[in-house]
Design a protein around this ligand. Sequence first.
Ligand SMILES: [Zn+2]
Length: 420
Amino acid sequence: MGKTVIKNGQLIDGNGGDVQQGAIVVTEDERIIYVGPESGYKISGEETVIDAEGGTILPGLIDAHVHMMMEFSPVSQRLETPFSFMYYQAEKYLENTLKAGITSVRDALGADLGVKKAIEDGFITGPRLQLSINALTITGGHGDGYTVSGNVIDLLPSNYPGMPDGKCDGVEEVRKKTREMLRAGAEVIKVHATGGVLSATDHPEFTQFSLDELKAIVEEGRFRKGVKVMAHAQGSEGIKNAVKAGIHSIEHGIFLDDEAIELMLENGTYLVPTLLAPVAVLETAEETGMPASAVEKSKEVIEQHKASFTKAYKAGVKIAMGTDAGVMKHGTNLRELGLMVDGGMTPMDSIIASTKTAAECMGWDDKVGTIQQGKLADIVVVKGNPLEDIYSLADNATIQVVVKNGKIEKNTLSDVAVIG
Ligand SMILES: [Zn+2]
């Protein structure tokens, strides 16, 4: 791949310091080899030069909660879609995500090891994937596709090679299920600790799994060199159970009370808010054939969700950006930053949540999340200054250059030149 120089932009390196004017970033193969003033690096003439044209250079953005194998569609359509077609759809979703400036994602259920390998081996393009395989869920809980008709309509197929079914009850079963997910290649364990918006037979405030069950899951992860657990947790009791059990990140966190926030601060638990999820459910209800129950539940929780986010942010809870993409269209992920800013976050903090903190939440902060010498070359160039207009990031035309692992994956700037 050789060397690439990105110049003539302002730099936001993800560490939260001042915006650096006139800094350049140099990459060689898959790594960043220089960040600093232009005068500090001697151009040899072999480099590919990207002129940022006064735009902003950012670390590759990270979405800590996506579902790469799906985009919500009406049940009738899902029933008519052949099983293997989802892999070809996912190829498009992965590409759309990368082109939107997202260079790493944590898949919160649905993607298997083959999808990750296809990206790593260069068969398809997409963000770097961290896999959970499938989510652990109780019988009748969020993730159990049983319907009162007797038909089982799961959001995604499961129980095929590489994708164990997630249903389990009781300490022994959850332990075994955790081991099955790890065997299938899970790098993080996903558990549904409460009900949810999209599940037919429950409610966001329903508590799912006992404290003992959650503790067993956390322990199994710890046995494997500290594999972390992420919990879909919306109701306050389920959130508190999850935090007490030692779960690493609370996904959604709709009903956060003061006690839950205290516990999260004490335990260093991350919040992955996914503010975009209920917003998207309401916006696309008709087009995607969202069940009426999901629409009702979204309406019910949307204000509460925002209030919880604001409270957690003000209290100093660690916040990692996540969207639940798949519930909404892939590639629209960066709308989340605007929603976080609407919830009281500063634009700079929304960028840190989407870079440095998201990398920390995934345990990948040694290799991605900030623009620093030695880290993997995941870099994005955007038009203008996102600190002045955070909403501009939601427009994919703003995302002009995407570099992942040192490879230029997108470039809409005109003058790319190999000089010399
Ligand atoms: Zn999700």
